[in-house]
Design a protein. Structure first.
Length: 623
């Protein structure tokens, strides 16, 4: 007997089923994608026991004609592509024609479907790939699929399922992404009889509110950025709501949920100077790109895609996000305790009140004066490749924000538009006006207190100083002119082999930043020159700081290495607990107006404000 044989259809289907159907969430993903491809405007997903016992997906899409129903369950049966050329211009979520075949091979599946023209619907049941029944059934236009007993005939795979709650968690996470990716579609999501989401198809902002709660929704920056080829829409979170991991990052390309390392690092890099270590930006973004500029056929479950022009996409994202971030104002406001109490963070989707009342929702967007931003600095940073000249690029700048400053807590939402515009103006004035404010003094040798008409401003002198040094670094670096000063006594330090080779490998980088470092014997180095303006630098703490982070440096690109080193140098040049003289305070404040953003280079706020009426509330002079 021949040793090589063609596998029979059962085995072949089960093998390909393994690729597509890995767990209950994969079934939900494929079925909802089919509903979306069928033009549904309303989709219901109802699961039991983490989808292991039952998954129902029902839609009001265009349905399947009776004569096509059996075919739809055959492997490689699809209505979505016909020719090889189609494969390079895919406008639907599905195209492989494998989902229904794969799912029906490993479950007991039931489908009821009807097109608009048909009088009666078609009903089919299939168990482990065998058709059990096929008949007519009265139904509405659309398709309803019930998947029972997933993996009933593949015990090996069933064994690998995790606890129902965990499988349910994956499905919930997936549903969140579908809801975010399809802002105009109504979704109902039910688990074990409990209604989790019931969205109205009322837009991305409302959906973010539903899924992530008020804290997040109140701290979003709307993105609407395009050039001749690409358009990016959606929201990024202000730095203040950055998250401890990447699960709050959602990216769509042509409404397809994808993960893409290159894009997430572009966004991460744009956020770099705004975030503290270990924090990840929040975002929900959709890239619209011609279908022929991407290849979606590179992954069995279509989660990854390939771009024709990676470099272009990288800088597009970097610019879009940097632009939005650098045009915010960063004066934090202290609100009353009552307001804070209201402001619990509701993030867990499952705990979330499903039918949030309409009037609770903040408005969707705010009018913005774009011209105001156009006069802002054109260059963002020389380091991360972030630097770009807005005039020379073909980018239409259109970044708007819900509230144009960081809020530690949220103000009352009434009379939205006038209030916001007024606050914006005040914020913009702050940096310019700051020199005219009355200096009350310094607090804890750390904070400068300023009195304006009806506000108390608290300025972190160190954060402020750091920002000043960093901006100066960037500027002088850009002009390839970092003036240096020789040290009277060179700073000599000894380190281990790894550290030594790091420094030796990067001598040029240090030199470009104004640090003259040379080898000085076995595992020993000598710093003989430093940037001129960093006269207060504590070299010991700088070197310690660099050593601590060597692992990170090794992985980063040169540009980010420079950026990180510059930030560290700025930090090491700021003395803690120093009492500033009035003239030092004056010069710090004078430079405030030149700051690119009111955040220190590591993302901490520089200015916090307390209003007079707030203080009056504390003393019960005013309610
Ligand atoms: P693909 O989506 O890759 O085409 P599937 O196996 O998921 O492959 O589906 C096979 C075909 O069945 C689809 O091409 C489509 O014509 C039809 N179909 C599946 N689900 C639906 C649905 N919910 N509404 C209408 N047609 C559907
Ligand atoms: Mg499909």
């Amino acid at each position: 007997m021949a040793k090589i044989q063609v596998l029979d259809k059962y085995i072949a289907n089960k093998i390909s089923a393994g690729e597509v159907v890995e767990k209950p969430a994969s079934v939900v993903k494929e079925l909802v994608e089919n509903s979306l491809d069928a033009g549904a405007t309303s989709i219901v997903v109802d699961i039991e026991n983490g989808g292991i016992n039952k998954i129902v997906v029902a839609d009001n899409g265009k349905g399947i004609e009776s004569e096509d129903v059996k075919t739809a369950f055959l492997p490689h049966a699809t209505s979505k592509i016909k020719t090889v050329d189609d494969l390079f211009n895919i406008g639907t979520l599905g195209f492989r024609g494998e989902a229904l075949a794969s799912i029906s091979a490993v479950s007991e599946i039931e489908m009821t479907t009807k097109t608009e023209e048909a009088v009666l619907g078609t009903h089919i049941t299939i168990e482990g790939g065998d058709i059990v029944s096929f008949d007519e059934k009265a139904s509405n236009t659309g398709t309803k699929i019930v998947v029972n007993n997933l993996f009933f005939n593949t015990p090996a795979r069933k064994k690998f399922l995790r606890k129902p709650k965990q499988e349910e968690g994956d499905i919930t996470h997936l549903m969140q992404k579908f809801i975010l990716a399809n802002p105009d579609i109504k979704f109902k999501y039910i688990t074990d009889g409990k209604l989790i989401y019931n969205t109205m198809g009322s837009g991305c902002y409302d959906n973010i509110y539903t899924i992530y709660g008020r804290e997040v929704a109140n701290n979003l920056i709307e993105i609407n950025f395009s050039n001749h080829k690409y358009t990016l829409t959606g929201y990024i979170g202000k730095p203040i709501i950055a998250k401890p991991n990447r699960t709050y990052q959602t990216l769509f390309v042509n409404n397809r949920i994808v993960t893409n390392f290159m894009i997430s690092s572009a966004i991460g890099n744009a956020f770099e100077s705004f975030l503290m270590k270990g924090k990840f930006p929040f975002y929900v973004l959709n890239l619209t790109i011609p279908n022929d500029a991407i290849d979606v056929n590179v992954h069995p479950t279509k989660q990854e895609i390939k771009f024709d022009n990676t470099g272009e996409i990288y800088s597009f994202f970097l610019n879009a996000v940097s632009d939005a971030l650098f045009n915010l104002n960063y004066v934090s406001t202290i609100e009353s305790e009552d307001d804070e109490a209201e402001d619990e963070i509701i993030e867990s989707a499952v705990d979330q009140e499903i039918d949030a009342k309409e009037e609770d929702r903040p408005p969707i967007s705010t009018p913005l004066d774009f011209d105001k931003y156009k006069t802002n600095s054109t260059s963002l940073s020389p380091f991360g490749g972030r630097s770009f000249d807005r005039k020379s690029t073909d980018l239409i700048f259109n970044s708007s924000t819900i509230l144009d400053e960081i809020k530690i807590t949220t103000p009352p939402q009434s009379n939205q538009s006038p209030n916001i515009m007024k606050e914006e103006e005040e914020q913009v004035d702050f940096a310019k006006e700051v020199q005219n404010f009355k200096t009350i003094g310094t607090l804890f040798a750390t904070y400068i207190l300023l009195e304006a008409e009806d506000k108390l401003y608290i300025i972190d002198q160190h954060a402020c100083h750091e920002r000043k040094n960093y901006d100066r670094f960037v500027e002088e670096f850009e002009n390839a002119n970092i003036p240096t000063q020789p040290l009277m006594i060179p700073y000599v330090f000894t380190c281990n082999v790894n550290e030594f080779s790091f420094f030796v490998d990067n001598l040029e980088t240090f030199k470009a930043l104004g640090f003259e470092i040379d080898e000085f014997g076995h595992n020993t180095l000598k710093i003989s020159e430093i940037p001129y303006f960093l006269n207060d630098i504590n070299l010991e703490s700088l070197i310690d700081d660099i050593r601590k982070d060597l692992g990170v440096f090794n992985k980063t690109q040169l540009d980010f290495l420079k950026d990180s080193l510059a930030k560290k140098a700025c930090k090491a040049s700021v003395k803690a607990g120093d009492i500033l003289t009035p003239s030092e305070i004056k010069s710090l404040l004078a430079d405030l107006s030149k700051h690119k953003v009111l955040l220190c280079p590591h993302g901490r706020p520089i200015v916090v404000e307390i209003t007079k009426s707030q203080i009056e509330k504390w003393f019960k002079r005013k309610l």
